[in-house]
Write a protein that binds this ligand. Structure first.
Ligand code: PEP
Ligand code: MG
Length: 575
């Protein structure tokens, strides 16, 4: 059979060559039998939920060990869903109509999932998948079946699936999983994020007919998570070529990783900081292993989203302190809580917002809820003693906002002094440049900001007026758009004119197609996913400042993101 090539969304770098394992979750057949009394059926529901809770706790612990707290937190959310009153209420109503608990659960899950899926929002669609995942687990337990068919994988394989739920991804055996390809899913799906963290090749969004294309187990395929290509029944030349590319790429990455222990320097010897974005202690350790010279963004939201109440000062103090210790003296920028938008915690009274990304988010919440904000600031200032910490406010768009936030920092310092509690008095305080308003006001904001860090994920969203989570307009989410690049250049120039350090912690900072341009703009620090660091340092080392300036000025002469990307393809190929 001649080889056939298909293309999906490249979700996690890496090449895999091997047989497929088609994962088709078992259809759970509900036996037709008479229902017991309401109490009997609901008692079976309670027991099954208790078993599910234990399974989820085991999964949580396994993933926490392998990939860290942040990745594992999805299984905490699943445990919470087990006691969701909406689920329980729906099941009870159906049981009261005379259904068995299995039948009632199927109806309840279908109703809840289609309600969420119909909300035309990627996040809600993802929640629908979670609801189905939890429902499937309870049902399987009620039917007395063992956990997931993925346990049937017995030899190293590339997993092919319609979609992978978080439970599926978590139960993939890293020794036996060469990579995975899914018909559904996007770059922000849980499985894609986990694949990147685990360094597993992944392609998502291959299309609904994926399982028709790869119709059986043990079909030999090649997958390239960097380009999104899947080749079915490759001929021996293709196999040899990809195997060689795999070995070359892996040994190249190993060499780069070893070289990444050194600080980043341009070809003309200018020092540029290459730092990591992390979410908790495990990813901070990974950052150190990949050569991070600091943490350019510590996302603190996970602490606020993992529980039904805000984290205490002591809990935060210990976690920040541990992260500072792992980084042993290197700088760490702690972003104060950036919740709201797509990340609303359950304990704050969120209004029903038409446009949550334009609503009650980040610094706006902190200024309205000063006690919540003060607790975090106390924890950071106390943990920073003897360390090189900085505080960064997200989503600032106005000088008054910044002055008020700084005023709260000063008030917290006074309180700590009055309480005779030790704290670091000299922690620099800066802002994230994530709104166009902040980008054009940098010269003015410099009055109250010790440094700036460009948050290009949100800056792109707000500049292009494109919801970063909406798959329908994802083609317009272009961080290399000339409008975004102009704001970036303007921010760096204005910051430098005021003698301020300007870094970047949006995804753009880790993209090889953007690094030469940003270097040419004179960016002081590039902060990225830890695994992207070695390649970024290598690229910086190949460029002189003069060459980077030339590349940047050529890039800025183009009118569209596509033209700029095309130009950068040529630049990277020539290096
Ligand atoms: C950003 O907006 O660029 C950013 C780094 O923050 P987040 O992705 O957490 O919104
Ligand atoms: Mg942001």
């Amino acid at each position: 059979m001649p080889e056939k090539t298909f293309k999906g969304i490249p979700a996690s770098d890496g090449i895999a060559v091997g047989p497929t394992f088609c994962y088709i979750p078992a259809e759970l057949t509900i036996p037709v039998c008479a229902a017991g009394t309401v109490d009997e059926e609901m008692a079976r529901f309670d027991v099954a939920r208790e078993y599910a809770r234990v399974e989820l706790q085991n999964l949580y612990e396994a993933i926490e060990k392998r990939a860290g707290k942040e990745e594992a937190s999805i299984f905490e959310a699943h445990q919470e869903m087990l006691s969701d009153p909406a689920l329980e209420g729906k099941v009870r109503t159906e049981v009261e109509f005379g259904q068995t608990v299995e039948q009632a659960l199927v109806t309840a899950i279908d109703d809840l999932a289609s309600l969420l899926a119909g909300m035309d929002d990627e996040l809600f669609a993802a929640r629908a998948l979670d609801v189905k995942d939890v429902g499937h687990r309870i049902l399987r337990i009620l039917l007395g079946l063992p956990d997931t068919a993925l346990s049937a994988v017995t030899e190293p394989s590339i997993i092919i699936a319609e979609d992978l739920t978080p439970s599926d991804t978590a139960s993939l055996d890293p020794e036996l999983t060469l990579g995975f390809i899914t018909a559904q899913g996007g770059l922000t799906s849980h499985s894609a994020i986990l694949a990147r963290t685990l360094g597993l090749p992944a392609i998502v969004g291959m299309g609904n007919d994926l399982l028709d294309k790869v119709s059986s187990d043990n079909t030999f395929i090649v997958m390239d998570g960097r380009t999104g290509e899947m080749i079915i029944e490759p001929d021996w030349e293709t196999i040899a070529r990809y195997k060689q590319m795999k070995v070359q790429r892996e040994s190249h990455l190993l060499i780069l990783k070893a070289a990444a222990e050194k600080d980043a320097l341009t070809a003309n010897g200018r020092r540029v900081e290459v730092a990591a974005n992390v979410g908790e202690v495990a990813s901070t350790r990974e950052a150190m292993e990949h050569g991070a010279e600091g943490i350019g963004l510590l996302r603190t939201e996970f602490l606020y989203l993992e529980d039904t109440q805000p984290p205490s000062e002591e809990k935060q103090y210990h976690i920040y302190r541990e992260i500072f210790e792992v980084m042993s003296g290197r700088p760490v920028i702690v972003r104060t809580l950036d919740i709201g938008g797509d990340k609303p915690p359950s304990y704050l009274p969120f209004p029903n917002e038409m446009n949550p990304f334009l609503g009650w988010r980040a610094i706006r919440i902190c200024l309205d809820e000063p006690e919540l904000f003060k607790t975090q600031l106390r924890a950071i200032l106390r943990a920073a003693v003897g360390h090189h910490a900085r505080i960064m406010f997200p989503m600032v768009s106005d000088l008054d906002e910044l002055r008020r936030a700084r005023g709260i920092v000063e008030a917290v310092k006074r309180d700590l002094e009055l309480d005779s509690i030790e704290f670091a008095a000299d922690v620099p305080v800066g802002i994230m440049v994530a709104t166009p308003a902040a980008a054009v006001l940098v010269d003015i904001l410099a009055e109250a900001s010790d440094f700036f860090s460009l948050g290009t994920n949100d800056l792109t969203q707000y500049t292009m007026a494109v919801d970063r989570g909406n798959a329908k307009v994802s083609g317009l989410f272009q961080p290399l758009h000339p409008a975004v690049l102009r704001l970036i250049r303007q921010t760096i120039d204005a910051g430098h004119a005021k003698g301020k350090w300007v870094g970047m912690c949006g995804e753009l900072a880790g993209m090889t197609k953007a690094i030469p341009i940003l270097l040419g703009f004179g960016l002081d620090e590039f902060s990225m996913n830890p695994r992207a660091i070695p390649e970024a340092k290598d690229l910086i080392g190949k460029l002189t400042d003069e060459k980077a300036r030339e590349i940047a000025s050529q890039a800025m002469s183009f009118g569209t993101a596509a033209e700029i990307e095309n130009h950068m393809k040529g630049v990277l190929a020539s290096l």
